[in-house]
Ligand binder design. Sequence first.
Ligand code: SF4
Ligand code: SF4
Ligand code: FES
Length: 331
Amino acid sequence: MRQGWIMYAAMSGSASTSRFWPLPGLARIPGSRLLTSTKKTLEMKKVAAEIAEVAECKTPDKKAKIVPRLQTVRVYRWNPETPDVKPYMQQFSIDLNKCGTMVLDVLILIKAQHDPTLSFRRSCREGICGCCGMNINGVNTLACITKVKESPKPLVIYPLPHAYVIRDLVPDMEQFLEQFRKIDPYLKRPGEDEFLGMRQILQSPRDREKLDGFYECVMCACCTYSCPPYWWLGDKYLGPAVLLQAYRWVIDSRDMAHKERLAKLQDFYSVFRCKTIFNCTKTCPKGLNPAKAIVQLKRLLAGFAKKEKPDLDTPLPNPCGGEEQYPCRKE
Ligand code: SF4
Ligand code: SF4
Ligand code: FES
C-alpha cells in the first residue's frame, strides 16, 4: 500500500471491501479521490473509535486481575513428630486470585506455596469420596464443595470435632469405620451364596425409590462428628452416618437379612441414644436426612413399622436345566 494511505476493511457492511483514503493534510494524488472534506474526516474518526471500542472489548481487563484479593486463613496445626509443641492455629494470607473457588483449593495453595507440611485428606474434589470432611467456620462439611467467601473475617479450619487427630486436619476415623463394618454394609441373601453374581436381582421402581435420600451418603462422617450423643458415647452409640447406612440396607427390597440386621441393633445404645436433635441433618453437605433414617429405624425396632414385601421376587436358577444358563463360577 502506498505510504500516507489507509486501507480500511469496512467494519460494517461488506468485510471484503477495501477503501483507500489519504491522510488529512496530504497533497492530492492524481487519479484518486481527495478525502479532505469534513464528512470523510468524521467518518474516519468514527471508524477509529469503533476499532478502539472493539479492541477494548476483546482485551481482558488486566488491572482487575492483578488486584490481590487477600483472605486471612487460620488452620489448626498439630504434628505428632513434635509432641512438645501443643496444637496451635497457623495464620496465612492467601490471594484468592491464585486458587480455585473452594476451601480445598485454598488448602492446596497453602500446601503448594506456603507450607508443604500441612496435612489434610482429599481425593475426588467433587464431593464424592467423602474424605475431605473438616470443620470450616464452625460447620462440619466437605472442603471441596464449600465455597470461599471473601471476607474481612478469617476463614477458620479445624479437623472434624471430637475425633482424635492424626495430624493437622486429618482425623482418626478408625472407630467410625469399625462401626460401619459392624452393620455389614452389603447385600445379604442367606442361602443364595452359590448363585451370587449369576443373575440380576430384581427391584421395582417403587422399591428403588425407597432408597432415595440414603444411597447418596458418601460416609464423610460430618454428621457423626456433629452429634452430641456420639461425642459422649461414641464407643457404644453408632452415630447418624452408620445408622443411615444400616437403615438403607434394612429397607432395600433385595436384602433378605433385615431381621438379623435389626436384631443386632436391638440394644440400649446402638440406636436409642439418638435424641433427635437434628444436628446431623443440618450439617450434612449432601443434603441428606440421617435423623429421619434413625426415626424410621427406631419404629422398626419398636415394632411400630414393618418392612414391606418386595414388589418383585427373584427366582433361584433351576439347578437341572440351568447349568448352561448359570455356569458355576468355580468351574
Ligand atoms: S438427630 Fe440423633 S443422630 Fe442426629 S445429631 Fe441429633 S442425636 Fe445425633
Ligand atoms: S449422611 Fe451426609 S454428613 Fe453423614 S456421612 Fe452421609 S453424606 Fe456425610
Ligand atoms: S475430596 Fe472427595 S469429597 Fe472432597
